[in-house]
Every structure is written in C-alpha cells, then in structure tokens.
Design a protein around this ligand. Structure first.
Ligand SMILES: [Zn+2]
Length: 281
C-alpha cells in the first residue's frame, strides 16, 4: 500500500506537465452562465443542492479572477496544478464532482475555494512553496473546504439568521434579487470574513490526510504554514485576514500529526516541484 502511494505521487509528478486540460478554469473566467442552476438557487430553500452549489461557486469563481489579478498566463503551470489537484480530489471523500484549479496572477500569498469545486492558488503563494508535499497540503486544505461543504454550511446558517429560511418557495421565485443576495452573503464569507476557525482547523486536518493518502509526507502542510508564519509581517494578503494565524493552525496540527508517525519516509518531491515551476512563476 505504501509502495502504491509512493508511486502514485511519483507518477503524478512525472505526468504533471502533461495531459489534463485547463480549459474549464478558463471557461469559468470567461463568464459563468447561471442558467438553470442560478434559477434553481433562487427558488430553493436549504439545504443547498449541488446545482445551486455549482451556480453559487461558479459565480464567485468569476469574482476571484477579477479580485486576484486574473488567470496566470502560463498554461503549463496551470496544467501542473490541475493535475496534482485532481489526483488529490480523487482520493477525497467527494471525488464524484468535477474540480477546477487555477493559478491567479496575484503576488499576495493566497489560496481559496468556492463551492462546487473551484480552487485557486496565487502565484505569490507558489513562490513560497518549496516542494510538492507542501503544495499537496495546500491543495488538500482547499479540497477539504469543498468536500466538507464548509462555505455552504456557513451560508445555510447565515440564511437562517438573515431570514432567508423563512421565505417560501413562491416568495423566492417572485424575488429576482434573492440569488444576488445569496451570492453577496457567500462572497462576504469567502472574501471578507472567512469561515469559522474550527472549519479551518478541520480543513487542515483533512487536507493533511488527503496529501498523505496520495503518498506525500503529511508534514508538507505544516512546513508551508511555518513559511507563511515567517512571512506574515511582509504581507497584508486577505489569506491572513480570512484564516486563523499560521501559529494557531500549527498548534492545532501538532496533535493531528501524532496520528502519522509511520509516514516520515514518504517523499516531499522537491526536485520535481522545482523543475515543474522553474521559469514559470
Ligand atoms: Zn481555508
């Protein structure tokens, strides 16, 4: 099993500049058509179904490109991130949906996910990452947010608070602004306030597990958190205002890591990461 995991990680690193297209990320940037999903979202009450989730997440994904510098122009880099990201999503507990990965052209270190399977990393964050295990930890954290429906859970709760839950389906159908209101609320959660810190800790714990499932040394996530911790003074990225401090996250993860003592020999793939991003950041 261990051998399989090692090879799966190694093969991913070999294939990374190859086969998977980045087209969906570009499609998302070019404009997400709300279509049926958006209409459904406006008519639906909680819990939020997948069509609605996709419509909300897809609309927010277009905002991500606008807010964070647009799509990074290097397509080889996009393919590398998408290939590794999809491999991690495949070992997640929500592997039945399509995931889209994109590198955005912002120098501020940042990573975020919008509902429905849209995941973004900034080029500034990639510049801080040193190996594939660290990258896998970050991608695992973002996949965890989608897999565990963290933003939706928060939205469903805030809908109750804001009175959305008391509206009937017919009233929602009569209110063309409601989908926009739901989007505003979701955007506030993702871009401004962030999630509850316990959801962030859960994403760290599960993200670390996903990286390890694919065969990476699970300390990749703690390594990149330490790097972020030492860079926090130099940055005013929203990443820091929407997440608990790297120090607090490391404290939470220290007890989680005790569950993985036997995996210290798993690879981190420094050389593979460096050659995949060389000259592209
Ligand atoms: Zn997070």
């Amino acid at each position: 099993m261990k051998l399989f995991k090692y090879f799966s990680a190694f093969i991913i690193s070999l294939l990374c500049s190859g086969c998977l297209a980045v087209a969906p990320a570009i499609e998302a940037y070019q404009g997400y058509n709300l279509g049926k999903g958006g209409v459904q979202a406006a008519k639906s009450l909680q819990p939020i179904g997948f069509e609605e989730e996709k419509a909300i997440g897809g609309s927010l994904a277009t905002q991500v490109f606008t807010r964070f510098g647009g799509l990074h122009p290097n397509l080889e880099l996009q393919k590398y991130i998408a290939t590794l990201g999809r491999a991690i999503a495949d070992v997640s507990d929500r592997s039945d949906i399509d995931y889209y990965f994109a590198v955005v052209n912002s120098e501020q270190p940042n990573a975020l996910a919008t509902p429905g399977g849209y995941i973004f990393l900034s080029v500034g964050l990639l510049k801080l990452i040193q190996n594939e295990a660290q990258l896998a930890g970050i991608l695992g954290h973002e996949i965890a947010h989608i897999s565990k429906r963290h933003a939706l859970q928060t939205l469903e709760r805030s809908k109750k608070v804001a009175g959305f839950g008391s509206l009937s389906i017919s009233l929602l159908g009569q209110d063309p602004n409601l989908f926009g209101k739901v989007l505003d609320q979701a955007g506030e959660i993702i871009f401004t306030h962030g999630l509850d810190k316990n959801l962030e800790y859960e994403a760290d714990k599960y993200g670390l597990e996903l990286a390890q499932r694919l065969g990476y040394r699970p300390t990749g996530l703690t390594e990149i958190l330490k790097i972020l911790e030492s860079n926090i003074e130099k940055n005013d990225s929203v990443f820091f205002s929407t997440h608990p401090s790297p120090t607090d996250r490391l404290i939470q993860l220290s007890s989680v890591l005790k569950n993985y003592p036997e995996n210290s020999n798993l690879p981190v793939l420094t050389q593979e990461f460096q050659s995949a991003v060389e000259g592209k950041l």
